[in-house]
Design a protein around this ligand. Sequence first.
Ligand SMILES: O=C(O)CCC(=O)C(=O)O
Length: 293
Amino acid sequence: MKLSLEQIIDFQTKGFLIAEDVLTDNDLQPVIDEINRTVEERAQALYAQGKIRDLHTEEPFERRFLLLQKQCPEIGKAFDIMHLRGKAMFDFLKNENLLDIVECLLGSEIMCNPIQHLRAKLPVDPTAERVSSFENVPWHQDAAVTLEEADPSEIITFWMPLVDATAETGCMELMRDVFKGGLIKHQAAGGTMIVPELMPKVQPTIGECRKGGMVIMNKYTPHRGTTNRSNIIRWSLDLRYHKTGAASGRPFHPSFVVRSKSHPDSVLNDHEEWCRLWEDALVSSKGQRGHRV
Ligand SMILES: O=C(O)CCC(=O)C(=O)O
């Protein structure tokens, strides 16, 4: 499926686009199955160590991890793409339906950017002392989580919920048109965020997006993740892509070619090689600054 001309113009004028029904269950289910398998493996290991008392095996994808986390937060440790390095996730990074959309905006020479996350946004806990800025991401522009080397690069974010993302479960909130002004100063305190006094005076758009859809964002579009006020986990993926050869903003982490009309052989199809690239990079990049602030 391709984006229509209207959708492309919409993205280019507002700085974001919510494209519904672009991915099918066939695209997403292998990733969900793989996450479920990891949850099961970790739950069994923690159960064997006596850290989990109830395995909640009957609970669905949207609930089980939450019920396990409540018993043992350790289950969520390093629960992200580069640490899990699953085969289904690797395949999804090159998913044809996803790349057809990416190609509409970036052309046919595309690299997967290493800034890529799987997020399990848990329902808000009113008794918690601290809110994680990974789960409850404050107002920011994605350019602020890249290094200056990527300033000339067009890096586009493709945010995809694995369950319906609504105002209740937690979705993107975005500011239209603001991207035209470029980078706004960010601060590190409270998670990388736009300096509060510099927040644009723009009425934000609530970016509800059903499973199968995606929120596509310019790297200068201010956005945040809203609080999950439901009783399910808002699982999502946020992936980024850039033109082959452009700086990724994280030179010490692996970018790789996912589509190339001119050099189809350059596409990385070897899952084990991708795992090796991440394993090496995670060791050699320890202590490296990834955000600008
Ligand atoms: O998933 C979220 O709630 C926030 C994600 C986000 O801000 C991003 O992908 O840049």
